[in-house]
Write a protein that binds this ligand. Structure first.
Ligand code: 16G
Length: 249
């Protein structure tokens, strides 16, 4: 269907349907989800949208601005508003202790990591407490931007005691693979997930706008002897990740 037909107001605008810009935003989003508006195609200019929908330019602008805020549409200087390429959502079950590399490989996706930090550091108070470090003991830390098929999905900062990961530079792809080879792969983990709005730096790295929704995840994992092996703080893109838990009676 042509966008001009799809946006004809008698097809979707309802007088009791709430604010008009909200209804238009919803209709545009529906157009993107159903493929009437394809990724990387441009929206008709504001004036034209106002004509097609019979709405004021102010209303149209507000609807488009909200889609820009939500990361669905991007404004390119001088050339208008474009539909952004949407990242396919990834589902991760919460019942298995898997690694990022395993999760993505299972889905046939190629992973890469951009290294933001990798080395041996003075621990933070939290690292001392959670990892049970002795006084003056240092900590191995790796901080990565993790991507799948070229899309940035998560920022992960992992801290491990040095006897569990003596040489953090040894990790090129998978932390868990290195730990497994050394016979020190965690067998159990506790994970806490909370909602966050991304700050400017994180948003920039994850290629979303500042304030976009994200998931903050803290994973503490344990070896078979119950010793803490890993403290990882991650920020996942809210538009790209679903965590799924199975519940039984
Ligand atoms: C996952 C874990 C993270 C772990 C990493 C190892 C979550 C929220 N986090 O991303 O704690 O350090 O896998 O992945 O699931 P790797 O073996 O690919 O480096």
């Amino acid at each position: 269907m042509k966008i001009a037909d799809f946006l004809k107001p008698d097809r979707w605008l309802e007088s009791a349907g709430g604010p008009r810009y909200v209804q238009l935003r919803r209709r545009l989003f529906e157009g993107i989800e159903t493929g009437v508006l394809l990724p990387n195609t441009s929206l008709p200019p504001e004036r034209e949208l106002a004509e097609i929908t019979d709405l004021s330019r102010v209303t149209v602008r507000k609807a488009v601005q909200e889609l820009v805020r939500d990361g669905v549409i991007e404004q390119r200087q001088g050339s208008g508003s474009f539909v952004r390429e949407q990242v396919g959502r990834v589902e991760q079950t919460l019942s298995q202790l898997t690694s990022f590399t395993e999760d993505m490989t299972y889905r046939g996706m190629q992973t890469t990591s951009k290294w933001l930090e990798r080395g041996i550091f003075e621990p933070s108070e939290e690292e001392v407490t959670v990892l049970g470090l002795a006084p003056k003991e240092q900590v191995a830390r790796i901080y990565r931007l993790r991507t799948a098929d070229g899309h940035p999905l998560a920022l992960e900062r992992a801290a491990l005691p040095l006897d569990i990961l003596p040489n953090p530079t040894e990790i090129t792809t998978s932390l868990y693979a290195v730990l497994e080879n050394a016979g020190r792969r965690p067998v159990r983990a506790e994970q806490k997930i909370s909602a966050v709005n991304l700050g400017a730096r994180e948003a920039g790295l994850l290629n979303v706008h500042e304030g976009a929704a994200g998931l903050s995840i803290v994973r503490i994992s344990f070896l078979a002897n119950s010793r803490v092996a890993e403290l990882t703080r991650s920020i996942y893109r809210g538009d790209a990740y679903d965590f799924v838990a199975e519940l039984r009676l």
